[in-house]
Write a protein that binds this ligand. Structure first.
Ligand SMILES: *Cc1c(COP(=O)(O)O)cnc(C)c1O
Length: 216
């Protein structure tokens, strides 16, 4: 599967949902992919990339991003507070704001540095014990707390349970976003991005369908 094919499927899914393709940002998830797979995607014009580890993102993009103007890195994986400063320096957006301790750390750093990436609050829509994210019934309160801290929360993110139909999870995320007046919906991966677009996704995070299977 190539970048062009994914872009075409995104556009098709958007039109079928009565939406403009430009409403949807493709985040090409380059985590654990070798540079020889990432370079052609950059050369084909893709500029928004997702990484789930700050250190991996720094070592890859510190050298690569300056060569391709407009490159944006989105941190999509669990973020430790001791990596928050590095994440804030390099990231255009963080999709994994999932707990109060991280929120207060980001707020302190934002005050100190005068800037902050766009933030998505991760919601554990399936209430899975092993998964990160605030629980659905805690999301309103959490978003309110983040706003009190002046954090630039732009949307919500979810990773539905692997074995379930993702559609109800996407619907739940959209409902929580709507009642909190949040426009951004980071949802949909290689296996379900078209479903996510039909349910309102503004950001889809697609890895293996663009780059091929990851080395584990
Ligand atoms: C790895 C990852 C993706 C991409 O997964 P694919 O199935 O390869 O598209 C999306 N979102 C998150 C949070 C991830 O960790």
């Amino acid at each position: 599967m190539s970048l062009d094919a994914i872009t075409a499927r995104i556009a098709q899914a958007a039109r079928e949902a009565g939406r403009a393709p430009e409403e949807i940002t493709l985040i090409a998830v380059s985590k654990k992919q070798p540079e020889e797979r990432v370079l052609p995607v950059l050369e084909a014009g893709q500029r928004v990339f997702g990484e789930n580890r700050v250190q991996e993102a720094q070592s890859r993009w510190g050298a690569l991003a300056p060569r391709f103007a407009g490159t944006e890195i989105h941190i999509i994986g669990p973020l430790q507070t001791n990596k928050a400063r590095a994440a804030m320096e390099m990231a255009h957006a963080i999709h994994s704001l999932d707990r109060m301790k991280l929120a207060t750390t980001l707020a302190r750093l934002a005050q100190e540095t005068g800037r902050c990436p766009e933030l998505f609050v991760q919601v554990n829509t399936g209430a899975e014990p092993q998964k990160a994210g605030v629980l659905p019934d805690e999301a309103d309160g959490f978003v309110a707390e983040c706003r009190r801290l002046d954090l630039p929360v732009v949307g919500l993110m979810c990773i539905p349970p692997a074995e379930e139909d993702p559609a109800p999870h996407f619907d739940l995320l959209r409902e929580i976003a709507a009642r909190n007046d949040l426009k951004g919906l980071s949802m949909g991966m290689s296996g379900d991005f078209e479903t996510a677009i039909a349910r309102g996704a503004t950001h889809v995070r697609v890895g293996s369908a663009i780059f091929g299977a990851r080395a584990s």
